[in-house]
Design a protein around this ligand. Structure first.
Ligand code: GLN
Length: 242
């Protein structure tokens, strides 16, 4: 089996180590003899919605978000088609904000998003920086917690039709008010959790791998792999105070 991974705009959205998500995803596939072909997509590269199973977009500063927002608009129809065809998206922070309807920074114009998540973001007056633990309904075994590190000033609000990824246990999450973190709709997931996110959440990584494989090959069972190190890191992160 093979997963085609589109790594979106790594030359621009790349300052929070979010590349670690692509490495963790690919490694957990490699350990199971699942091939992963990684396509690094830069500005003006055409998006082929038939080709890619998994789209990853990381976080970045407002400046880089402007360039990516403009590019996403040019290819919005392809991303929409991909999401409707149940391609899996994982978007972190700045990338997450651009999968919603818009991100309104403090200065300058509103950055339009591609609306594959019913959410919108406005600039906040303080920066949320710290360790985050959430409780998710998406997973139960072997844990329903997800951990990461947030660093954003944007405040994201979910509209009907889009669920959070989980509820805040420690940290601020989407906006520091409604105790929600992240967003998901069908196979599109956005989160504020850097860290990077997937290495310390092996159960969520495997969940995404299964979604990618099932859309192309039908029901799959992933072989068990040794997660001792990942769970040790997860448990240590859960104990971290904000
Ligand atoms: N510039 C956006 C914000 O501060 C996103 C930052 C990020 O990707 N960490 O909210």
């Amino acid at each position: 089996m093979q997963i085609n991974l589109a790594y979106l705009y790594p030359g621009l959205l790349n300052i929070y180590g979010d590349r670690g998500n692509v490495l963790a995803f690919a490694k957990r596939c490699f350990w199971r003899d699942i091939k992963v072909k990684i396509y690094e997509i830069e500005l003006a590269d055409k998006i082929d919605p038939e080709l890619y199973d998994f789209y990853f977009i990381g976080g970045g500063q407002d400046q880089q978000q402007i360039a990516v927002s403009e590019e996403l608009q040019k290819q919005k129809s392809f991303f929409t088609e991909a999401a409707e065809n149940k391609a899996v998206f994982l978007a972190i922070c700045g990338g997450y904000q651009l999968l919603g309807h818009y991100y309104k920074p403090h200065k300058g114009d509103e950055l339009r998003g591609i609306s594959i998540l019913d959410a919108y973001t406005v600039a906040g007056h303080s920066r949320y920086i710290g360790n985050v633990t959430i409780e998710t309904k998406l997973l139960s075994q072997p844990s329903n917690t997800l951990v990461g590190f947030e660093n954003h000033s944007g405040l994201t609000y979910l509209e009907p039709g889009t669920e959070p990824i989980g509820k805040i246990i420690t940290g601020n999450g989407n906006n520091g008010e409604d105790k929600l973190e992240g967003a998901h709709k069908q196979n599109v997931f956005g989160t504020y959790l850097h860290g990077s996110f997937l290495p310390k959440n092996p159960h969520f990584t495997d969940y995404l791998i299964r979604l990618c494989l099932e859309r192309r090959y039908g029901q799959v069972e992933l072989t068990e792999i040794d997660n001792k190190l990942e769970w040790a890191a997860h448990k240590k992160a859960v104990k971290r105070k904000y």
